[in-house]
Design a protein around this ligand. Structure first.
Ligand code: PRX
Length: 661
């Protein structure tokens, strides 16, 4: 039988962890896998009891009424208690929870005791506004300490938060508030981005007339931009906090209490309110944060450079690290904005070394970032890294999209000093936490492979009929419930069943393609909507993109299948060149040939267009749908989730130029 998705890549490099790393690692053998394979419910129950403090122990591990799961039934716990109080009670109140750095270079440090004090006060503020267990509020904030404080305060009293990414528009705010019937929005006047205050309150003001259920707006004064305040509706954070009581007990909450909603940044349909609950979610992310990053909380300084507006920030900036008592870095701004004191001349002459500067100054031991960021750093060049001492780093992580071997090797060599294990973590907003990832002291990694499901998670690749594939390409499914799994889509059980559970009976379908190689390693092939059908061969865009960026002149690439009379779909590549290379007909041909040489003639793109930029969502995912529109000469579809709306015009011009030469 033909493979569901054909695979051409053949990466042979292998990187075992060093013997020193294995010897010092939290886990250096297969015992966690063996334990979980023997009894996954018992395995997760042990993690839940070891990693989490329960106010009431659970009676039952799992209740599975496909597709609805409940974990740790009868158990009661409080997330903010697990993140804060218990560390303070254990005498670790003076440990730093967050080294926070603002984009201009201002800093604030919060110990666990200080963070607890702020959270308790803000929980009292929320109570004072009449909020109760089960209510929902929206949070639309920059990356400042008040953001995790607000989230944790919600969890202290059982209010669910819905964080709306600070880069989203007024429409996104009102849609999400209405869907969740949120009654309060917490925001800031503005946050620093690319050297300037970027207004947030103004967007809330614009959204407010369309928000049917919101009656209060709490505003943090971050940038002194003096926004208009509506009397009776708008309240200053600092004024509320000045009057707030200090003590607020952490309420014991049911294990299945709604913890938060997070709307997926869908590129087409109405966003889905993904529901996460308390006990299972916290267990899953505490476990993965500890073992995937080999976290040693007494000595490590961990940094996840994502935004809290995405699930990565929820799980691996806020809840995972704090549950584990970690010391983290939190940074407000962009990687190409230096501290004010290191700026000179105009923006184009500013150094682009902020990440490396932060790692060096705080002695960061784990860095967690995205392939799109790594490719950007590659484009900026090694000279931005040179001169910074990155020797404190022990483990590097990546998340968000397939990482091409080229970028993996660059990360390994230039950031990891050739020694740090790289954990390529595959997961989704819906999964809550990591699902596929190496364990750094156990797994021999291959550049570009997510390697294996983590202990306690069962992933299977299936073909079109849902038969399990032992080797080769297919569709990624999860065949057993897991503690961090979404509990549904807010207010829409039918859509939940239909989206995730209808394609392959009994299985969660992730929407991604994957391949199992001859050694049983998993290779993620991107969204299956992004699989092309060329003369009857189903080829993943991710693989062609990886081969394109393997050419030394290519910095970034996006591939789409455009309708073609002869072959059904034709492969069209859009590429950004590395600085110093000139666009030419000869170069475009050479790049096409390079793909054919690497992957075989069927994978040769019909056309390669050289463009100045690529259309991406604000979380850095390429919007292939728009590139297909351009390739097929159509009017553009919905562009509201595009990070920079001018990019598509620039691409049209770039593509037209490429046609002419
Ligand atoms: O296609 C996969 C890709 O990102 C999708 C999930 O996106 P989101 O819900 O926004 O969550 C991103 C952060 C967890 C997945 O369906 N993806 C995520 N991580 C990887 C990945 N693709 C390949 N490799 C990864 N490590």
């Amino acid at each position: 039988m033909a493979e569901a998705i054909e695979v051409y890549e053949n990466e042979q490099r292998r990187f075992p962890p060093s013997p020193e790393f294995v010897a010092a690692a939290l886990t250096g053998d297969r015992s966690l896998y063996d334990e979980a394979d023997a009894d996954f419910e018992a395995f997760w129950a042990r993690q839940a009891r070891e990693l989490i403090t329960w106010q009431r122990d659970f009676d039952q591990v799992l209740d599975w009424q496909l597709p609805f799961a409940k974990w740790f039934i009868g158990g009661q716990l409080n997330v903010s208690y697990n993140c804060l109080d218990r560390h303070v009670e254990a005498g670790r109140g003076d440990r730093i929870a967050f080294h926070w750095e603002g984009e201009p270079g201002d800093t604030r440090t919060f110990t666990y005791a200080e963070l607890l004090a702020e959270v308790a006060k803000f929980a009292n503020v929320l109570k004072g506004l009449g909020l109760e267990k089960g209510d929902r509020i929206a949070i639309y904030m920059p990356m400042i300490p008040e953001l995790p404080i607000a989230m944790l305060a919600c969890t202290r009293i059982g209010v669910a938060h819905s964080v709306v990414f600070g880069g989203f528009s007024p429409d996104a705010i009102s849609d999400r508030c209405n869907d969740a019937s949120a009654t309060v929005i917490i925001t800031a006047d503005a946050g620093y981005r690319r050297g300037e205050p970027s207004a947030l309150k103004a967007n809330v003001d614009q959204a407010f007339p369309n928000c049917d259920t919101v009656d209060r707006v709490i505003v943090v004064n971050r940038c002194d931009t003096d926004p208009p305040m509506e009397p009776g509706r708008d309240l200053w954070w600092h004024e509320l906090m000045a009057d707030a009581e200090a003590d607020c007990p952490a309420e014991p909450l049911d294990s299945e209490q709604l913890l938060y909603l997070l709307y997926t940044s869908g590129t087409t349909a109405k966003p889905k309110g993904i529901m996460h609950t308390t006990g299972g979610y916290l267990t899953h992310i505490a476990f993965t944060h500890k073992y995937v990053f080999d976290l040693k909380p007494d000595t490590d300084v961990y940094w996840c450079a994502a935004d809290i507006g995405w699930v990565t920030g929820h799980s691996y900036i806020v809840y995972g690290p704090l549950t584990n008592g970690a010391t983290s870095v939190m940074y407000e701004g962009t990687p190409d904005t230096p501290r004010s004191q290191s700026r000179g001349g105009d923006r184009s002459s500013w150094p682009k070394d902020r990440l490396w500067d932060i790692i060096e100054r705080y002695g960061v031991t784990q860095l967690y970032t995205a392939p799109t960021a790594i490719r950007t750093f590659m484009k900026w060049g090694e000279q931005e890294v040179a001169g910074h001492d990155l020797s404190s780093l022990r483990v590097l992580g990546t998340v968000g999209e397939p990482i091409n071997p080229e970028a993996w090797m660059w990360y390994h060599t230039h950031i990891g000093g050739g020694t740090c294990p790289i954990v390529d973590t595959w997961w989704q907003t819906e999964t809550g936490g990591h699902m596929i990832s190496p364990l750094p002291g156990v797994t021999t990694t291959k550049p570009g492979s997510g390697c294996h499901a983590i202990p306690g998670v069962t992933v299977e690749v299936v073909d079109d009929e849902g038969n399990v594939v032992e080797e080769g390409g297919g569709y990624l499914t999860i065949s057993k419930p897991w503690p961090g799994m979404l509990r549904g889509i807010w207010g829409d059980d039918d859509r939940y069943r239909e989206t995730y559970w209808s394609q392959y009976p009994g299985r969660y379908f992730a929407g991604d393609g994957a391949r199992l190689d001859e050694d049983g390693y998993l290779w993620l092939l991107g969204r299956v909507d992004d699989v092309m059908n060329v003369s009857g061969h189903r080829i993943s865009t991710a693989e062609i993109e990886s081969a394109l960026v393997d050419h030394p002149a290519v910095a970034e690439a996006a591939v789409v299948g455009a309708a073609d009379d002869t072959t059904g779909q034709a492969i069209i590549g859009y590429v950004i060149l590395v600085g110093g290379h000139e666009a030419s007909h000869a170069l475009r041909d050479e790049v096409r040939r390079h793909v054919a040489t690497k992957l075989g003639p069927v994978a040769r793109p019909k056309a390669v267009f050289i463009v100045p930029d690529l259309p991406k969502t604000r979380s850095g995912k390429i919007m292939r749908r728009l590139l297909r529109d351009v390739a097929e000469g159509r009017v553009l579809g919905d562009t509201t989730t595009l990070a920079d709306a001018t990019v598509v015009d620039a691409i049209r011009v770039g593509a037209a130029d490429s046609d002419e030469d």
